[in-house]
Design a protein around this ligand. Structure first.
Ligand code: ATP
Ligand code: MG
Length: 240
């Protein structure tokens, strides 16, 4: 007999509540993917990331955990976002808004020509998106640095400029959230991305630029924080 999806999650040490399992099943019929094909890819601070088969492709499912996540931290971040000012400090509402925000941000970034995974759909605390990679998912740049770090750095700055022009700041950019796909960057993990007109956007941009530049400086690239920040801001910003 086929094991239930809950049992399947358990075999991977990923225990999910019935609500989340039901959400995955509902999403799988909407998007026509095989929920039983899922395999674990990564366990993060707030989410568990899985690969899943969809037709002839692989896709990524990001499940935000309803229990073991710091929803107070999430709330403090998201309430600065002009799109979510009326959100209440309620665990489920905050987590659903977090998944929805990642979906909307990925859309916005993609429309602006930024290299990000195509978002497919979200439902409650689950987000489905394109898998970046070929047969296997692309590695993070920190695990698979490109041969030409200087050229890669320029490409990252280009992506940051496009994102800013599209009206967003990533908010958690670092070599952990930049994938190296065929020697070019793809930005991921957009749940913290915030409109450029939010009160904390400059603080987030400064931190993103610092984290990115520090990594490339360590790799021998003369990355100047002030110059990069000025270059990004000079692109102008489109209000969301
Ligand atoms: N679309 C994708 N294609 C390929 N790999 C992905 C994709 N999305 C996520 N991954 C892999 O899963 C890991 C975790 O994903 P992500 O960074 O979005 O979540 P996270 O760090 O857990 O987020 P959070 O900090 O919000 O909990 C990534 O570092 C990457 O290795
Ligand atoms: Mg991440």
């Amino acid at each position: 007999m086929r094991r239930t999806l809950s049992e399947r999650f358990k075999t991977y040490g990923n225990v999910f509540d019935h609500f989340t399992v039901r959400t995955v099943i509902e999403l799988s019929s909407k998007l026509d993917f095989d929920a039983y094909s899922l395999s674990p890819l990564f366990i993060g601070k707030e989410s568990n990331v899985f690969l899943c088969e969809r037709k002839d492709d692989l896709m990524v499912l990001k499940l935000y955990r309803l229990e073991s996540c710091d929803f107070n931290r999430m709330y403090d971040y998201i309430r600065c976002d002009p799109r979510f000012t009326s959100l209440k400090r309620q665990r489920r509402k905050v987590i659903f808004a977090w998944a929805q925000r990642e979906y909307r941000n990925l859309h916005k970034a993609r429309e602006g020509g930024v290299r990000v995974p195509t978002p497919y759909a979200f439902l409650n605390n689950v987000l489905a998106m394109e898998m970046v990679g070929d047969e296997d998912p692309a590695s993070k740049v920190k695990d698979n640095p490109p041969a030409d770090m200087g050229a890669f750095f320029r490409l990252v700055v280009e992506q940051m400029k496009l994102l800013h022009k599209a009206g967003l700041v990533h908010g958690d950019l670092s070599p952990f959230n930049i994938l190296n796909h065929r020697d070019a960057p793809v930005l991921i993990d957009f749940s913290q991305a915030t409109p450029t007109d939010a009160p904390n956007s400059m603080e987030l941009l400064t931190r993103d630029v610092r984290n990115v530049c520090k990594y490339f400086v360590k790799s021998g690239v003369p990355a100047d924080q002030e110059q990069v920040k000025a270059e990004i801001i000079a692109m102008g910003k489109k209000p969301l």
